[in-house]
Design a protein around this ligand. Sequence first.
Ligand code: AMP
Length: 439
Amino acid sequence: MENPVKGTHDIIGTEAVFYTEIEERLKTVATIFGYDEIRTPILEYTPLFLRSVGESSDIVHKEMYTFDDKGGRSVTMRPEMTAGVMRSIVSNKLYAEADLPLKYFYLGPCFRYERPQAGRYRQFHQFGVECVGAPSAYLDADVINLGFHCFSSIRVPVKVKINSLGDEESRNNYRIALKEYFAKYIDKMCDDCKRRYEINPLRILDCKVPEDAEIVKGAPKLRDYLSDHAKAYLKEVMAILESYNIEAEIDDNLVRGLDYYTGIVFEYHAEEIEGLAEVGALGGGGHYAHLLKDVGGPDYEGVGMSLGIERLYHVFNHFNKELPDTFGLDFYIMPMDAKYIGDCAVLLNQIRFSGMIADMSFEVKSFKSQFKTALRKKAKFAIIVGEDEFKNGEFTVKNLSTQVQTKVRGEDISNSLRTMLQEYYEAAEMKFFEEHGNE
Ligand code: AMP
């Protein structure tokens, strides 16, 4: 009972601070690109995912948290967010009100019953965008560009992999070629592949079973079945990205695990770095031609991308762990006697209402014990209030990293503290750049 549900995790302390920081930066990038926020429910009726994510996908086939509610309706805890956004566009007729394209960003928990491992949870968080109703190579490139900026905004260098699943004609021809090729081997392949062979042979390319991987290696390549139009479109998207200085590398085996993609698909991968555990794609997305129609809306095309906050945090933490502390308290107030607690509490609120982060102890403890608490709470400064300070109408403010003590007059204390804090951050930033260069 005292353990979290397998594959779920608590986010606390520094980790929670970093999650918030990451999420804020991602939201800012989406806002800069002209996206509005959308929040949809965690629970949706199950058929929504069957029609969108698709029955041939591993997600629908074996990873969904699906159950009957008390009214006997089958509901599912969303395994991804795009389907819910499409459903919301249809339920709220959002397509009727706004100029196209509709542009929404989202952030929230998703649930997949997967085998937990590094970077793979059963409850994880996705951030993403959907851009619907005005198909253009520029918008496909814009969404890839947006994702790329999301990673830069948190100083995580990524490689962009791209592929085209082709138009319908390309995919039909390819499907036939795959069926012909796998017909010789399918009896020896895993049960999942047997199922994929019947429903959607493209999914076989995703198989992770080592014996099957050998067979998959020899399969026909999608690029040989792309129509001229699909090839030209891929080239155009890559040229637009290049004009933004984003180098995308074609990956023939990139097919993505969801059925709704058509045309351009892409993924973001962290650079291979020593000491950084491989966690799979940090994010990905693609173009979809009929998704909105499949969930009951007009036949608008769209493009979307999503990234996983847990995986991002994993890499972010690797690159940013030496950043100067931007969390913890600014000030910790230390009353040296019970009779100063009331004045200290007033000072505490004055500091808080000036927008700085402060706390204090309402019990009188020894100087040593309060000092330890200040350090544990990562306070930048301790404010000491004792007999002398009280008599002279001033406070002793101690910088906890340099140990330098300054006397500050009580009348103008908020402004003095703000100046000290600014100087603290400037010095910390300077020290960081001296040690790490201005990268
Ligand atoms: P997908 O919807 O499968 O394309 O996943 C998009 C992104 O969500 C991935 O690139 C990951 O960053 C993240 N993600 C997907 N599944 C998980 C999971 N089980 N645990 C953590 N992150 C995940």
